[in-house]
Design a protein around this ligand. Structure first.
Ligand code: GDP
Ligand code: MN
Length: 336
């Protein structure tokens, strides 16, 4: 069956090459996807037009050559309008999943009244939002368990209203796989520390309890110079390409469960970005993590324009404006 499938793909590729030759079209990248990967996005129905904007760029800059599928997840059923609206943007396969049960709820060990009190009194961004906290907790410990991701090896997280400034003339999934990379990022800001006031204490307790899980050649220094407190550095997870076996591992499961029991997703406002980043720093070697310094990108508030953007990939960004490359935590990466 596999042989047959391969040869069918080869024939399709030959046909395509022939068609391109006849029509004098030079393909920039082979139209053949080699990796079991997909775009994954948690979104609301109201994100339809922002998501169409993101997809238009993903398709034009990259995916028209590969047709990696899209998986959309939502805590409310997607409307027909949303489904049609995103399907219209791509010829790739698109699936829609509902997030329900414990994936979008309070765990039994969290005190809802205490959580409600925090929402009233805290004053950082999204302090008063319950759904933002469910979102961060889902993105920390549940997205990779959704049945639509079963069997998927790599995922690329996308969000509404982001921009891809440059052509991506190679397959980042394939690059990850070939180089045995586990985690990929492209921007690294600092965290609002009030949202993660006790996160590092919980991480220290976790490391005490599970020393066997800690990678001996870890890069904890990236998130804590002295090991005593968190410096706030995090990979900005609205862009993230990862090997899902990392999240499905026993050590990550123990990590998420431990943090969840600490209650900080609700009593503070722990973000999935510091959680993913700290997990990578304690469980992985630096060489398993890749900085995608060539993928020009913008998410509202911050952008990253590759330095030689006029030479590579038809970028439409001004490197002097989108200075993601200069962020302290981005630069710290080069020094550890
Ligand atoms: P920010 O990036 O921290 O500003 O947060 P966003 O508002 O962009 O949320 C992150 C991602 O989660 C985006 O893809 C949102 O569409 C999605 N998201 C946020 N809140 C909800 C929610 O309550 N329900 C659903 N289904 N998606 C959400
Ligand atoms: Mn966002």
């Amino acid at each position: 069956y596999l042989l047959l499938r391969d040869s069918v793909e080869d024939i399709e590729l030959q046909n395509l090459n022939l068609w391109q030759k006849v029509n004098n079209i030079k393909p920039k990248a082979p139209v053949k996807k080699r990796v079991n990967g997909a775009f994954v996005s948690l979104t609301r129905n109201s994100d339809l037009f922002g998501m169409r904007k993101t997809m238009r760029q993903i398709e034009d800059r990259f995916n028209k050559n590969y047709n990696y599928p899209y998986i959309f997840l939502n805590d409310k059923p997607f409307t027909d309008e949303f489904k049609k609206g995103v399907q219209d943007m791509t010829k790739a396969n698109v699936t829609f999943g509902l997030v329900e049960g414990e994936a979008w709820d309070y765990p039994s060990y969290v005190d809802k009244e205490k959580a409600a009190e925090v929402r009233k009194t805290a004053s950082y961004m999204h302090a008063g939002s319950e759904s933002y906290r469910f979102m961060c907790r889902f993105q920390s410990g549940y997205f990779y368990r959704h049945p639509l991701l079963d069997g998927l090896e790599y995922y690329w997280r996308i969000e509404p209203d982001v921009e891809y400034f440059c052509d991506i003339d190679y397959d980042p999934f394939e690059y990850m796989k070939e180089n045995k990379l586990v985690y990929g990022w492209n921007m690294a800001p600092g965290e609002y520390m009030a949202t993660v006031a006790t996160l590092w204490d919980s991480v220290l307790k976790f490391m005490d309890k599970y020393p066997q899980h800690i990678e001996p050649e870890n890069f904890i220094k990236y998130v804590s110079e002295d090991g005593k407190k968190y410096n706030g550095c995090h990979f900005w997870t609205n862009f993230e390409i990862a090997d899902l076996s990392f999240y499905r591992s026993k050590k990550y499961e123990d990590f998420f469960d431990f943090l969840d029991r600490e209650g900080g997703f609700f009593y503070e406002r722990w973000g999935d970005a510091p959680v993913h980043t700290i997990a990578a720093a304690i469980f992985l070697k630096k060489e398993q993590v890749h900085y995608f310094g060539d993928i020009g990108y913008y998410h509202p508030a911050m952008g990253f324009c590759p330095a030689n953007s006029d030479k590579i990939g038809k970028c439409v960004c001004d490197p002097s404006k989108h200075r993601g490359i200069d962020y302290e935590c981005r630069k710290k990466w080069d020094t550890i």
